[in-house]
Design a protein around this ligand. Structure first.
Ligand code: HEC
Ligand code: HEC
Ligand code: HEC
Ligand code: HEC
Length: 341
């Protein structure tokens, strides 16, 4: 049975994430923290390896995996921690939010990995079994009906999985870390103010890519052109949403506020460029509420409402729009040589 929190999270999914982004018991309304997976729900990547060995191997080639062993040793990280007044990098709530995965082990909360499978796909305890069930012990990938596949996918999302079937769910995760929405970390700690050159296609189709399931484990396939088009637009929308939330959370006219607002403005321009090419009602639904929106301090309510609208449109876009109709944006897509390797 779903726990009490499930209907809430379902609602959040549809409304674009505002409530979950704040996290349970968050007292400061202005905070916008990345959606970390709930340590209670984390099963750990040792569980995934049983069925997803190739994915694990690929993940281990990335900074997401390496940050666990490396970060606390780098002089740059030590400097940031010092400026923040933190004595440990692994044992505080700040760095852990984006660089690590925590798991509840009995009464202990332990840092178990860097940015892991579950940092992106969501803590798996409630969806693990059902996502891997083709429809009973006799069923296989080949015998699974289309209807069951659809049901399995929906059930996994309802149980908290960021299933790649709706790529917004994953894009939202990336951007909630890669916009670095922590004002003090940037202004006081001197941490870089987000990955300003992030673009979902280039950043997900290089070293991060682990598309083995779709080829039955044989090869790590890049996504199809149609899917890349959807990813490009959804990536822009998720970036715009996260940048608006970061702008809403800013309190002082300094680097964090300036970078976040400039980023939101840029994503808005880029999304208009897309809209002129594809004339898509769901993109318009994201852009319309931004028409007279001021990207300034002290405008949190309007900024957050706009972010909600963008997130909602992005979820629907990822759900409904088939990339075959988006050929007009092909010149905007990054070339494979520019994928992040
Ligand atoms: C018991 C085997 C098993 C385990 C353990 C397992 N998976 Fe899967 N996984 C599967 C199967 C089977 C599929 C469906 C592949 C297909 O679509 O044919 C799948 C598919 C997926 C997908 C693609 C979306 C989907 O629902 O089809 C993701 C993402 C995923 N798994 C992540 C994980 C993560 C993360 C873990 C560890 C927390 C994990 N899996 C553990 C068997 C497993
Ligand atoms: C809100 C998310 C977030 C938080 C919190 C965060 N980081 Fe980062 N950090 C990132 C992202 C994203 C990158 C990668 C940026 C890129 O490559 O474009 C990064 C990169 C870094 C780097 C440069 C890469 C490297 O490994 O040398 C250092 C150093 C770093 N972070 C230190 C810290 C420290 C120390 C803390 C805690 C005081 C911290 N970060 C908290 C998101 C975060
Ligand atoms: C939980 C936070 C988090 C999430 C979610 C996340 N990242 Fe990252 N990512 C980081 C951090 C932190 C680093 C830097 C690690 C380091 O170098 O220490 C990073 C580094 C990277 C790098 C390497 C950058 C470089 O300069 O080499 C790529 C590529 C990347 N992320 C892509 C993605 C994509 C694509 C997604 C979503 C599908 C994503 N990330 C989701 C936190 C996150
Ligand atoms: C940085 C975020 C991130 C991390 C970490 C991550 N994934 Fe994924 N995963 C994604 C994205 C994004 C996609 C969709 C990519 C695409 O469609 O090109 C995906 C797709 C998948 C798929 C479906 C692939 C297919 O062929 O359709 C599986 C299975 C999967 N991930 C399992 C895992 C497992 C297991 C781990 C841990 C070893 C993991 N993921 C770690 C972001 C991530």
């Amino acid at each position: 049975m779903p726990r009490f929190s499930k209907p809430v999270c379902l609602l959040v999914l549809i409304t674009g994430g505002a409530v979950c982004l704040l996290g349970a018991g968050e007292s400061d309304e202005r905070q916008f923290t990345p959606r970390q997976c709930d340590p209670d729900q984390v099963v750990g990547s040792d569980t995934c390896i049983k069925c997803h060995e190739s994915e694990l191997k690929q993940w281990r080639q990335t900074p997401h995996y390496r940050t666990f062993d490396v970060l606390h040793r780098t002089p740059e990280a030590k400097e940031i921690a010092k400026r923040m007044g933190l004595r440990s990098i692994k044992r505080n709530d700040t760095c852990v939010t984006c660089h690590y995965t925590r798991q509840q082990q009995g009464t202990r909360l332990r840092v178990v990995a860097g940015v892991s499978c579950e940092s992106c796909h969501g803590g798996a305890r409630d969806w693990l079994e059902l996502h891997a069930d083709y429809g009973g012990p006799q069923a296989t990938r080949e015998t699974e009906s289309l209807g069951h596949r659809q049901e399995r996918r929906e059930a996994s999302i309802h149980a908290g999985m960021n299933n790649p079937a709706n790529v917004y769910l994953l894009a939202r995760q990336c951007l909630s870390c890669h916009t670095v929405p922590n004002e003090r970390l940037v202004n006081v700690g001197g941490h870089q103010a987000g990955t300003t050159d992030f673009e979902l296609v280039a950043w997900s189709q290089g070293m991060v890519r682990h598309n083995f399931v779709r080829s039955d484990g044989v090869a790590n396939q890049p996504s199809s052109l149609e899917r890349l088009r959807v990813m490009y637009v959804v990536g822009l929308m998720a970036d715009l949403e996260a940048s608006l939330r970061a702008t809403a959370a800013a309190t002082e006219n300094a680097k964090f506020a300036q970078t976040s607002a400039a980023r939101a403005a840029k994503k808005k321009r880029q999304l208009w460029e897309v809209q002129r090419l594809i004339d898509e009602p769901l993109v318009l639904a994201a852009l319309d509420p931004l028409a007279s929106l001021e990207l300034t301090l002290g405008n949190e309510v309007a900024l957050r409402e706009a972010a909600d609208a963008v997130g909602k449109a992005a979820y629907k876009f990822a759900e409904e729009v088939d990339g075959t109709s988006l050929g007009a944006i092909d010149p905007l897509l990054p070339a494979p040589k520019d994928y992040k390797n």
